[in-house]
Structures are given as structure tokens and as C-alpha cells.
Design a protein around this ligand. Sequence first.
Ligand SMILES: Cc1cc2nc3c(=O)[nH]c(=O)nc-3n(C[C@H](O)[C@H](O)[C@H](O)COP(=O)(O)OP(=O)(O)OC[C@H]3O[C@@H](n4cnc5c(N)ncnc54)[C@H](O)[C@@H]3O)c2cc1C
Length: 294
Amino acid sequence: MKIIDIINPATQFISLEYFPPKTREDWPGFFRTVQRLAVLKPLFASVTYGAGGSTNIDSLEIVSRIQQEYGIETMAHLTCLGSNTSEVSQFLHGLAAAGVSNVLALRGDLPQDGSVETPLPSPLQYASDLVSLIRSSFPAMGIGVAGYPEVHPEAASAVADLSYLKLKFERGADFAVTQLFFDNNLYYDFVTRARAAGVTRPIIPGILPVVSLKVIKRIVSLCGATIPAEFLAELEQADQAGGAAAVQKVGVAHARRQAQELLAAGVPGVHIYTLNRAEVVVDLVEGLNFTGAV
Ligand SMILES: Cc1cc2nc3c(=O)[nH]c(=O)nc-3n(C[C@H](O)[C@H](O)[C@H](O)COP(=O)(O)OP(=O)(O)OC[C@H]3O[C@@H](n4cnc5c(N)ncnc54)[C@H](O)[C@@H]3O)c2cc1C
């Protein structure tokens, strides 16, 4: 089913984002995590694409198995930069054949060395091009897109970035999932600006529990999100006093507070970047008031 058709304005949800494990040996452990978190009754689970060295075949197989073996509605992430139309279509046919009805349509990151992966000009330069392709060739697919409360790092301006988000909706996207953020006011402001620009579709906040100071510093340097000074000081203090375990405690508590506040403010649901860590997610959702909670 399309995710947009199961989002119910009267009930709030959590959704969970996974990434394919690096090696096949890690798959049994990965699926145990999926199973453990299935009791939280996520509205949907999403699986990243091409990130962290994973292959597209891994993404396709994992998303298909979560859908078929665990009965969870799934959304496959799909990037288009550096791909041609037939590669992308092949992936989409694979999803359709496996009964996966939702795609997060993304451009993908530019190569860090500044090179362009495709020497030939491709019609798939931006996520909005991918949305057009999916909408015209796979009309039964539900389509999510990315949104950036703190503005995409390459954007010419916040206004321009928002206009391209709007274009993704005009071309057929159903909803957006946001980039991680650590200050809910950034999300509220983003939604207000999007509504003022004419975006009417759901904008689902993406929440990342910080579990490592080193890792989060690297992530924010890449994606353009910021860590509020007070939260950063708290994380650094925890790191000095108690190392990784203490950082995780502070990071998860912050994410829980963010989710609590967002749900209380009436968001449709909260998308959790799980880091494939069951215990972190269980800890995060403890006490949260969402419909799927056991
Ligand atoms: C929820 C979420 C999940 C993600 N999952 C993955 C994943 O699984 N795998 C992965 O590799 N990456 C993933 N990413 C990262 C994403 O691929 C990068 O942020 C990427 O740099 C931009 O992708 P996009 O779809 O937002 O691109 P776009 O919407 O195409 O925007 C990219 C940039 O181009 C600008 N732009 C857009 N359209 C135009 C236009 N027509 N003309 C000029 N400028 C334009 C925008 O302002 C922006 O700066 C994810 C990001 C989010 C928020």
C-alpha cells in the first residue's frame, strides 16, 4: 500500500530507517533487529540505498524481505545521480515485483572527490526528475522525498531549496521526510515556510539518536545540520566523563525529548534513523505516545 494512504491524521506513528549491513554475515543479526523493533508497530520501515558501501541489490533484497517476511510496509530509498533511466527502472521493476509500493526518491550526494560519476548527460539530475519518472512509469508507487529544515548544503538559498521541494510535490511526491535536526524550532520554521510556499503534503520529521560524538560530528559536517551549542557541550561533557555509553545516554534522551515534543505539537509521525540499533530505538521510544506503541 502507498504510505500516504495509511497515514491517518487521527493517529500518530513512528517509522524506522535501516541501512543494509556491510556484509552478508551481518544479515541474520540485522533481521533480528528488524524483528525486535517490529513489536513497536512502525507504520513503515525504510532502507537506504547505496550509502556506506552497500549495493543496490542488497537494498532491494532487504526491503523485499522486510515487506514479505515481517509484513511491514516498506519504502526503498533510491538515488538517481550517476544512474541512467534503465538502471533506475530496473530497480523499480524489482520493487514492484517484490510487492514494495513505496520509494524515497533522492538525488544522492555528489562524489566527494568532485568527479561526476556519469560521463554522459542523464535526464536524472535532480530528485524531481526521478519523481517525474516514477510518477509516469510506475503510477502505483508511493513517493517520498527529502526535505531540509536547515537548507540543503548546496542550495543557492533557502527560498530556492524550498522551491525545489515544492517542485518535487508538483511532480507527484506524496510526502517528505526531513534531514536530521536537533532543534525542533528548525523543523517548525521549515514547515511554516513550506506551507507559506504552498506545500500542503505531510512533512515527517527525521530524528537521529546520537550514539557517538565522533560519528555525529562527521555526519553533521556532511549533511549541513547543526548541533546546538548547549547540546554539543552536554555530549562533550558526557564523553569526557563516561565515554561512548554516556554519550549515547545523553543522545538518546535528547532524541526522546525531541520526539515527545514533536508528537505533542501534532506532527503526523516521527521517522527514526535507527542506526540498526534495536536497544537504542527501544530506549528512545520508551514512554512516547504514538498509536503503534505496545
Ligand atoms: C530522509 C533522507 C534519506 C536519505 N537517504 C539517502 C540514501 O538512502 N542514500 C543516499 O545516497 N543519500 C541519502 N540521503 C542524502 C541525499 O541523497 C542528499 O542529501 C543529496 O545531496 C540530495 O538529495 P535530494 O533528493 O534532496 O536532492 P534534490 O532535491 O535534487 O536537491 C539537491 C540540491 O539541488 C538543488 N536543486 C534541486 N532541484 C534543482 C534544480 N532543478 N535546479 C537547480 N538546483 C536544484 C537543491 O536545492 C539541493 O541543493 C538522504 C537524505 C534524507 C534527508
